[in-house]
Ligand binder design. Structure first.
Ligand SMILES: [Mg+2]
Length: 235
């Protein structure tokens, strides 16, 4: 069976997500301080954490919709801060927009573009993300034939639906696909359970904890073409 499709996780697989998340949180906070100071004043650090948890608990239907969950949290935060329904709705939308703009400004790992360019010449390339990153807003967008987010599908990896979306889109069998990702549970177990091949991107060089091991493990994306060749050759 030949390999014809490579699917990628995005956050912490093609870039380090931490800097953009920190920046996005800061920008969202600045927006609130400027436009809805009462919402910021309503909770101290500890109380804010509890408040966020209570929003998550009360809205399990948004568990796979990270953008809607954040918008809901921003809305409730402003209601708690004494703002009107109208102010809270418009404020949640605007604060989320500034957050998302910063969150999607990611810096690809320096080797990522060369590797993706090479792979795109030989394979159909897709993105499967649980987050709200958009590959088409990065310099790597040209190399991707498709992208699905948990928000598109309504459920997150490791649920089979994310991987099934890739199968349906490409019309290939699971054993013709290699999924590449950093998360042992979401990426490796999820794809393995679907019968796909897996490459674990282990940049932080963590130990493998349990469960079926990935077909290959790499610590830098430069190693990916060789890892794919190994799998394709059945080695
Ligand atoms: Mg990831």
């Amino acid at each position: 069976m030949t390999i014809s499709v490579i699917t990628f996780d995005l956050d912490n697989t093609l870039w380090d997500v931490e800097p953009s998340l920190i920046k996005a949180e800061q920008i969202q906070q600045q927006w609130l301080l400027q436009h809805r100071p009462g919402a910021v004043a309503a909770f101290d650090h500890e109380a804010l954490l509890e408040f966020k948890k209570s929003v998550w608990r009360r809205h399990p239907e948004l568990a796979h919709h990270v953008s809607q969950m954040r918008t809901q949290m921003l809305y409730e935060l402003q209601i708690a801060g004494g703002y009107s329904e109208e102010e809270a709705v418009s404020g949640a939308r605007q604060a989320f927009e500034v957050f998302l703009g910063a969150r999607q400004k990611v810096e690809l790992y320096e080797e990522a573009l060369d590797v993706l360019k090479l792979l795109a010449q030989r394979y159909t390339v897709g993105a499967l993300t649980n987050g709200n990153a958009d590959i088409y807003k990065t310099d790597a967008g040209d190399y991707f034939d498709f992208a699905f987010s948990a928000e598109d599908i309504g459920t997150s990896k490791p649920h089979p639906a994310m991987f099934q979306a890739a199968l349906k889109k490409t019309g290939t069998a699971a054993e013709q696909i290699i999924h590449v990702g950093d998360d042992p549970e979401h990426d490796i177990r999820g794809a393995h359970n679907m019968g796909m091949h897996t490459v674990w991107v282990n940049i932080r060089q963590k130990p493998w904890l349990d469960g079926a091991r990935p077909d290959r493990e790499i610590v830098n994306l430069r190693q990916l073409p060789a890892a794919i060749d190994h799998i394709a050759d059945g080695r």
